[in-house]
Design a protein around this ligand. Structure first.
Ligand code: MOS
Length: 756
């Protein structure tokens, strides 16, 4: 069986040899190049657009909001965001006009000859300012969304507590930094429709958006994902914006239009991880058991609603991390500011919530002088326990297992003693070492009733030569979708992987599997794929049984065999004959929740996710006394993601996510002035590179989930959640200083350390 083995990734060869065609490698006859004219202010009324008479405007196509044939919205959840600003700009870099020309250079020159006059309005750039200011960005109070999760009685809970400890945690923007920037090509069709090619996670999101903008029916819009150089959430919602822009230009010009952002534009204009302020108040009894928890989360959504409500919801549900408390109140708000909208980024609210939760555990341990490991062990969720939303954990609960594994493999206690000894013996050493832990969980799939509403679809068909072709809109964005789906189907049917092909992710050819987000691809759509495979197997087995007059047959290594193991017919031949006799075989299934899953959207109570993945990080750091620089020396991570369909790809997900989170913890800082990103280049927006990469020891703990394909759960986002608090805990261990803000830059550490 190929599940559980590390076959090479399917698209790897083409990527390594340069054969893979990314969006910028594609070209169409008569194709133009599009550019965007963006707001240069954070908030204001558009008064006048001046086209410099010195420029020859006959060589370009200009489009504004009036050229949108359908609705001037970015169709996502709410409809507050215009595709092109009409009267007002609500944030810096907001798209106002579009320009297309024969070359990118001409388009850029044209853009530089357009000047927009504004009447500037007061603007707000922080959560605090937005809440107290009279500047209105969204609704009556600038609150996009609010959730309250309630369990037990927190007032009573705090009254009964021996200790009450409060902490505040602050996290900021982070950029997804996919290697390939945003890019699309829109091609107008003879039937009046539009075909869009692009770098994206969610072809059907773009399909929905283009239909609304172009006022076209389903079958006149066709969206094709091209080979995509990374997404990390950053290509969840924004492709709908850039695709809409290209489509508007293409329609006006009557020619294909390519739009590719350069890095500076991509960094300045596209969504980032939500900044947040998170407050914890924890009541504990005298044995260090948590008795009451109050958590307030305020997230900065930027100027439009986009996905903030769902990011917020995930943050709220994960706010208490892998711990239990009889009394809980979690209040979460997403707030509007005059900054570019923040959006999906691997982790989707949980890295923020997890940083606060895990550092609060460190704070409690420090104040109560208890071992932070004991504190965690004393409060962690076990099988049968109830989460903050009232979900009873019936399957695959591994908080304690991953903690034990990470501690053991890292030799945590031994190292902690050693570093303590070293710090005592050599107090004048220029560098000091410390070690820290984080424990965390991440729900797989959409939150709450999301999967039941979506009913994600996948299918398969037989090719003429008797192979199985998989039909899904779940995209390959480097994480291994194409490889693991092939493994799941091959293993379920019992055929070699080379008998499986994959249809290209083209909305005219594949069903809507839902977006490639939310750690849902393997568990949710992989599970649907497994059912599709089972149906194909059953149909062919029944056919072969009838043909050979033998009902006790099965498929082994691509052969139908009888009960003695004698080969009757090859799978491929049987699949060809099946089609000759019975015609085409096309199988589709939709996701349906496992039995017993219940979620109440109004009360925000119930089974928030079908199941959770669990992980623990142990991180060792070295802190420089003189420069306040922190170097990560070593990371040990134990992650329960259920069955690993492809262990090498799964470990790759873990390592990549972990390193991305090292950047979040120590390096990545968006510097802004009035909502305008100042360091929008890779020379000064610093991410970890290979030289900054510590040893990462990954332990896959495979606590199988009975309703996942072959026991698999989600892996995409989990590894992103834990490293930042583990690094902060290691710094605390080394220095005695708890830095409650990210990123922990030398400047910020110095400030905390010296009590400035
Ligand atoms: Mo994701 S951050 O759910 O694309």
């Amino acid at each position: 069986m190929t599940v559980g083995t590390s076959i090479t990734r399917r698209e790897g060869y083409n990527k390594l040899t340069g054969r893979a065609q990314y969006i910028d490698d594609l070209s169409f006859p008569e194709m133009l190049h599009g550019k965007t004219v963006r707001s240069t202010i954070a908030h204001g009324q558009i008064k006048n657009i001046i086209f410099d008479p010195a420029f020859d405007w006959s060589v370009v196509t200009i489009a504004d909001w009036r050229d949108i044939p359908g609705r001037n919205i970015v169709a996502l959840i709410e409809e507050d965001q215009p595709l092109l600003a009409k009267d007002f700009a609500l944030h810096y870099a907001e798209p106002i006009l579009l320009v297309a020309a024969e070359t990118k250079e001409i388009a850029e020159t044209a853009v530089s000859h357009i000047k927009i006059d504004y009447e500037e309005l007061p603007a707000v750039f922080s959560i605090q300012d937005s809440l107290k200011s009279s500047v209105r960005i969204y609704g009556e109070n600038n609150v996009f969304k609010k959730y309250v999760i309630d369990q037990g009685d927190v007032v009573e809970g705090f009254r009964e507590s021996t200790h009450v400890i409060e902490g505040e945690y602050i996290v900021r923007h982070q950029e997804q930094l996919y290697i390939e920037p945003q890019g699309v090509i829109a091609v107008p069709r003879e039937d009046g429709g539009m075909t869009v090619y692009g770098s994206m996670q969610c072809p059907y999101y773009v399909h929905k958006a283009i239909k609304a903008n172009m006022a076209l029916p389903d079958d006149r819009v066709n969206v094709i994902q091209t080979v995509t150089g990374g997404g990390f959430g950053g290509k969840e919602e924004y492709p709908s914006v850039i695709a809409g822009h290209a489509a508007v230009l293409a329609r006006k010009a009557g020619r294909p239009v390519k739009m590719i952002y350069d890095r500076a534009e991509d960094l300045a204009a596209t969504p980032k991880r939500h900044p947040a302020i998170i407050k914890h108040k924890t009541g504990l009894d005298q044995d260090g058991k948590i008795n009451a928890v109050e958590i307030e989360i305020d997230m900065d959504g930027g100027a439009y609603a986009t996905l903030s409500s769902v990011v917020l919801s995930r943050a709220a549900i994960h706010a208490l991390g892998p711990y239990k408390s009889p009394n809980v109140r979690i209040a979460a708000r997403a707030i509007a500011t005059n900054t570019p909208p923040n959006g999906a980024f691997r982790g989707f609210g949980v890295p923020q919530a997890c940083f606060a939760c895990e550092l609060q555990m460190e704070r409690i341990a420090k104040q109560l002088r208890i071992d932070p490991i004991d504190l965690r062990r004393n409060n962690l969720l076990r099988l049968g326990d109830i989460t903050a939303t009232g979900q009873r954990l019936d399957y695959s609960v591994s908080a304690e297992q991953v903690l034990d594994q990470a501690l053991e493999h890292s030799r945590f206690y031994e190292k902690r003693d050693l570093y303590e000894r070293q710090r005592k013996e050599d107090p004048d050493s220029p560098t000091i070492k410390g070690i820290g832990v984080s424990l965390f969980m991440h729900g797989a799939g959409f939150t709450g009733s999301g999967e039941d509403k979506m009913k994600g679809q996948a299918g398969a068909t037989l090719t003429k030569d008797g192979r199985v072709k998989l039909l899904t809109a779940s995209t390959e964005i480097g994480q291994g979708t194409r490889t693991i789906f092939v493994q799941i189907v091959a293993s379920e049917i019992g055929i070699p992987i080379d008998l499986i092909e994959m249809e290209e992710p083209d909305t005219s050819k594949v069903p809507d599997s839902g977006p490639t987000v939310a750690s849902r691809t393997c568990m949710i759509i992989g599970g649907v794929m497994q059912r599709v495979a089972r149906t194909i197997k059953e149909a062919l087995t029944e056919f072969v049984a009838e043909r050979f007059g033998n009902t006790s047959i099965e498929i082994k290594d691509g052969q139908f065999v009888d009960s003695e193991g004698k080969s009757l017919i090859a799978f491929q031949e049987a699949a060809r004959e099946y089609q000759e006799v019975r015609g085409a075989l096309e199988v589709f299934h939709r996701y349906s929740s496992p039995p017993g899953i219940k979620w109440d959207d109004d009360e925000y109570k119930g089974d928030a996710y079908p199941v959770f993945s669990w992980a623990a990080d142990v991180i060792e750091v070295e802190v420089d006394h003189d420069t306040y620089e922190t170097t990560v020396l070593n990371i040990t991570t134990a992650q329960d993601i259920g069955r690993a369909i492809n262990p090498v790809l799964a470990a790759g997900q873990v390592e990549g996510g972990t390193l991305q989170a090292v950047g979040y913890a120590l390096l990545e800082e968006v510097v802004s002035d009035k909502g305008r990103m100042l360091n929008n280049s890779l020379t000064n927006y610093i991410i970890p590179t290979s030289v900054d990469t510590p040893e990462i020891h990954t332990i896959l703990v495979e606590n199988e989930y009975p309703f996942g394909p072959f026991g698999a759960k989600g892996v995409g986002e989990l590894p992103m959640d834990g490293p930042a608090p583990a690094i902060a805990a290691a710094i605390l261990n080394a220095t005695g200083v708890l830095v409650n803000e990210l990123p922990i830059t030398p400047e910020r550490l110095e400030k905390s350390w010296r009590g400035l």
